[in-house]
Design a protein around this ligand. Structure first.
Ligand code: ZN
Length: 426
């Protein structure tokens, strides 16, 4: 018994040990040269950009203990303005855990069931919610488990329809989330969309004219690993990509799609966070999303992949910054979604930026889901970067519900505008 308690305590104290001594910094480059120097540190000092800087927007970067001295020296030498974001990343993560736990406790004390969009929750809570919705509303909800993740966890999505997916005049909307494991605000937004379509439908049109596919966690292995081992884990957890894959598992799922694969904003080194994989669609997690897009391509009007952070709605083409044939439609629907979110957002949340992925983020990236979906014929395809405020991936969970609600307004308005545009262009 004593040993059991001691080992439990050891696990508790070992939490976030991986990040002992790590620091994160705000960086604010003012020239293209400074931007380039910062970019080069990704390889030379193994820094991890939570948010990439642009000339008009500061970035946030995570730096390992061994490289901090050199990092600060390089910034001083190059005259790059910077300040501390988190002095002690491990301590900050311990505090974040307490905030999340206190919120769980608050719901327990009120005997109010906590929903997966009220807080950051583990995979089983999300899956239990989806199971319960499917069981309670069998006439409009179907659970689909198209396969398992690399480590064998089921990947689940819900098909939501008032006509059993048989009315082919309906537009189909596909929402996918959490291919990037550490972006914890994304499953709340996806599960809240389920809630609004099934448990609390306030706008009949959304089921009368639309069918929905919602996949809240496309990378369950990474998501669980970000809870149990490394909070800032981003990739999948595959170990079959190369000789070094066991040492450096995982692939960046949003660089793994077959669209200008591994050409820009990505890496062929398995130990980097934006490793594109050994081949396009090397990951079962991206193949599942691909197969859903192909299966419903004939009437999929809108595809949204949910990410965080930065308050941005991004559209193709992300690899080279050029515009697609449907740029006007993409921009119109993008603006419609951002305006709907704006109406509902909190005053201190930033306004969404809308535009071409490469131009708005400030760097190109190939092999992304949004570009792939658009390249094979989804007329309107977007990456949402949800809000992070200054907390980034650790946005206070008290905002989970708010972000879910405001984003839902954007999705619902986007669905209607997308249908309108696609029908009138036929
Ligand atoms: Zn992401």
């Amino acid at each position: 018994m004593k040993i059991w308690i001691l080992s439990l305590l050891a696990v508790a104290f070992a939490k976030h040990e991986h990040y002992a001594g790590w620091r994160s910094y705000f960086v604010a480059p003012t020239s293209a040269e400074q931007l380039a120097v910062l970019g080069s540190l990704e390889m030379s000092l193994e820094v991890d950009f939570f948010m990439r800087p642009r000339l008009d927007r500061e970035g946030v970067v995570l730096v390992k203990p061994d490289f901090q001295e050199e990092f600060v020296q390089v910034l001083a030498r190059e005259g790059i303005s910077h300040k501390i974001h988190a002095e002690d990343v491990k301590a900050q993560l311990d505090i974040d855990d307490e905030i999340i736990e206190a919120r769980h406790a608050e719901f327990r004390s009120r005997s109010e069931p906590e929903k997966p969009y009220d807080n950051y929750v583990r995979l089983n809570v999300i899956y239990n919610y989806m199971d319960s919705i499917a069981a309670k509303y069998p006439n409009i909800v179907k659970m689909v488990t198209p396969g398992n993740s690399f480590e064998g966890r089921p990947i689940k999505y819900l098909k939501i329809s008032s006509s059993n997916f048989e009315d082919r005049s309906k537009s189909l909307i596909f929402i996918e989330a959490t291919i990037h494991a550490r972006e914890w605000i994304t499953p709340p937004v996806a599960t809240y969309a389920i809630h609004k379509l099934v448990e609390d439908l306030t706008d009949r049109e959304l089921l009368d004219k639309f069918d929905w596919i919602i996949l809240p966690v496309s990378n369950p292995d990474g998501y669980e690993f970000s809870h149990t081992n490394q909070r800032f884990w981003r990739k999948t957890r595959s170990i079959d990509q190369s000789q070094s894959s066991r040492l450096c598992p995982g692939v960046d799922g949003n660089r793994n799609y077959d669209f200008h694969w591994r050409t820009v904003g990505t890496s062929n080194n398995p130990c980097t966070d934006n490793y594109g994989g050994s081949r396009p669609f090397s990951e079962v997690e991206t193949r599942i999303v691909r197969d859903i897009i192909h299966e419903y391509l004939d009437r999929m009007t809108l595809f949204i992949t949910l990410h965080s952070f930065g308050s941005m709605i991004l559209y193709p083409w992300g690899h080279d910054g050029s515009l697609s044939q449907n740029a006007l439609g993409l921009h119109t629907v993008g603006i419609t979604m951002a305006e709907a979110i704006y109406e509902k957002k909190l005053p201190h949340f930033p306004r969404y930026a809308v535009g071409n992925s490469r131009l708005v983020i400030g760097y190109g990236a190939s092999g992304a889901a949004e570009d792939y979906a658009h390249s094979i014929g989804v007329p309107l395809a977007y990456t949402y970067e949800l809000p992070g405020l200054r907390q980034g991936f650790n946005l206070d969970p008290k905002y989970a519900r708010q972000v879910s609600e405001e984003t839902w307004e954007g999705i619902a308005a986007g669905a209607k505008k997308a249908r309108e545009i696609v029908l009138t262009s036929k």
